[in-house]
Design a binder for this molecule. Sequence first.
Ligand code: F6P
Length: 323
Amino acid sequence: MSNIKTIGVLTSGGDAPGMNAAIRSVVRTGIFYGYNVMGIRKGYEGLLYGDIDKMTPRSVGDIIHRGGTFLQTARSSEFNTEPGVEKAVAIAKVFGIDALIVIGGDGSYRGALDLSKKGLPVIGIPGTIDNDIASTEYTIGFDTAMNTVQDAIDKIRDTAYSHERCSVLEVMGRKAGYIALNVAISGGAEAVILPEKEFNIDRDIIKPIIDGRNRGKKHYLVVIAEGIGGAIEVAKYIEEKTDIKTRATILEHIQRGGSPTVYDRVMASRMGAFAVKLLKSGSANRVVSVQNGSLTDIDINDALKMKKTINEDLFELSKILTL
Ligand code: F6P
């Protein structure tokens, strides 16, 4: 058994739907197992400024259905320095925080690793819509973001059908194409362009559209990952090359908000509880990970060295299904 009495929890980096469910789970599971739980607002920035409050089960009432993070999140330049990290550890001590649960992406994990090296035990929970954390198959917010994009695609398809147009949709994902690839399949796209794959605009966008038209298609969807970008230019190029009226939509932050799906709420609740149980069992400096659908944990240092790749079968399938 560890001698931890008080757990801190914060969200860091980009918010993601389901983070509230994870915070709620950490708070309630922590209290259930006899810990004090302190909520830290605005990520590492709030830790530096002591923006910290004791949580009760009621503090996290009525948040499970909300997108964003009720603890808020921020990027801190001061924290990214050694004195900043030392100050953060000292402030945690002032508030009696013996261990910290960090909900966020790779950047947040790196901050947590720095804190652990200065003596504050940490646990990471993967939270980002991008699903780009190599140490886990799943990150909180991915499912909700994909469903938000899918809803937009369905609406865009209605009008693309009515006008016999082509639509180019640019979706988030930072340098990764996981959202783009999945919504290309669920949305029935003619083409998808991912940062992980080299591409040629004539071969990978124009040809499938023209081939589709020759097979009788009358409206078209092209999905472009944010890591490639240029949706407006691509739309103009398609129009020039094919004579098909083409419109671009860049979804931006609409994809990051909204009420979390059941899947995200359940995954976040499970991950929050798992993180508390790790501390309870004496583990520290680990990150929660989904492997083959089950929850497990990985050393934070090892986690940050891992690489994630695109699912080749899914990529191939996205092409076959354009027939
Ligand atoms: O990591 C989540 C994410 O939404 C990415 O998909 C995107 O590249 C980035 O954050 C946008 O960051 P910001 O909200 O700071 O513009």
